[in-house]
Design a protein around this ligand. Structure first.
Ligand code: CP
Ligand code: NVA
Length: 346
């Protein structure tokens, strides 16, 4: 059931003030604040489609630092900024002195003098925290090894649009490396917004005990359920959304592929998993996905390990239940909402 956005959320937009805030992990935000970002994203999406988008960030300047590669996140920050009248400087992994000849703290203090907001994608979460500590302007996490919070907003907006506007009680099952950025962040987002989250993976790939406990504590006040299961089919029972991510993340050495395939092979999202979920369940993936051998890495690893697909079968990826491109589009609207809420003149 697809929900059309409403235009009557202008009142809500004034209730929550996130101006000047960093966006590093959803742990820093209340359910009300997360809901506000989702409502703002929906309003910006509807306004853009109706060709009546108002610009709240005219003449702002943003630095976009990408230590790791990106298609969606980079494009969403760039197009989101341009739609809103702002300008961006893209700084790739070799395009600046950061971390090489200059500390993160020094670069932060320099960029903070020139820019109104800074996006950072890289490995160490402590790096984005240092940027936030010293920049003096909002810093947005575009992905670290630990968290990918902008992705979760897009995922939840997609679930709201396709399943139910009220996220509370919906069952979301994540298959794969649950201790990585996506598993951690989906668990945190679910805890905050009252979802029933199940991480399905071998125990070695579950999130850190400390983070699970923190999320279970949050869940007590939101009605969320946070669980883990080593049985991929039992995990899917009554699921509204089935989610997976690459088995080997950016920055991990090639040597981990063999072990990861052995561990996660039984957790591939295929038609058996989808059949075990609710009939109307949707399939989500943050992308990029190895669903065939038509990429450089997909072919290399496919040939090496004698597989045509990895975390998801091509059949599921291309099915009607797959909403991955709606989800990818929602990166734009949700990232734009984060920028507008923290830097814009609303
Ligand atoms: N999902 C996601 O973050 O995609 P990119 O790596 O292309 O930005
Ligand atoms: N876990 C993946 C997410 C990509 C959006 C990675 O870090 O490569």
């Amino acid at each position: 059931m697809k929900r059309e956005g409403s235009d009557n959320n202008k009142g809500d937009l004034k209730k929550v003030n996130l101006k000047g805030r960093h966006f590093l992990t959803l742990l820093d935000f209340t359910p009300e604040e997360i809901n506000y970002l989702l409502e703002l994203a929906l309003k910006l999406k509807n306004d853009k489609k109706a060709k009546k988008e108002q610009q709240y960030m005219a003449k702002k300047n943003f630095a976009l630092i990408f230590e790791k590669t990106s298609t969606r996140t980079r494009s969403a920050f760039e197009v989101g900024a341009y739609d809103q009248g702002a300008h961006v400087t893209y700084i790739g992994s070799t395009g600046s002195q950061i971390g090489v000849k200059e500390t993160f703290a020094d670069t932060a203090r320099v960029l903070g003098r020139m820019y109104d907001g800074i996006e950072f994608r890289g490995s160490k979460h402590t790096d984005v925290e240092v940027l936030a500590k010293y920049a003096g302007v909002p810093v947005w996490n575009g992905l670290t090894d630990e968290y990918h919070p902008t992705q979760i907003l897009a995922d939840f907006l997609t679930i709201k649009e396709h399943i139910n506007n009220d996220l509370k009680g919906l069952k979301l099952v994540f298959y794969g490396d649950t201790r990585n950025n996506m598993g951690n962040s989906l668990m945190i987002g679910s805890a905050k917004m009252g979802l029933h989250f199940v991480g399905s993976a071998p125990k070695d790939l579950w999130p850190k005990e400390e983070l699970i406990k923190k999320c279970q504590e949050i869940a007590k006040s939101t009605g969320a359920v946070i669980e883990f299961s080593e049985d991929p089919i039992a995990a899917a029972k009554d699921a509204d959304a089935i989610y997976t991510d690459v088995w080997v993340s950016m920055g991990e050495p090639e040597e981990v592929w063999a072990k990861r395939i052995e561990l996660l092979g039984p957790y591939q999202v295929n038609k058996k998993v989808m059949a075990a979920a609710k009939p109307g369940a949707i399939f989500l993936h943050c992308l990029p996905a190895y669903h065939n051998k038509e990429t450089k890495v997909g072919k290399e690893m496919g040939d090496k390990f004698n597989r045509n697909e990895f975390e998801v079968t091509d059949e599921v990826f291309e099915s009607q239940q797959s909403k991955v491109f709606d989800e990818a589009e929602n990166r734009l609207h949700t990232i734009k909402a984060v920028m507008v809420a923290t830097v814009g003149d609303l």
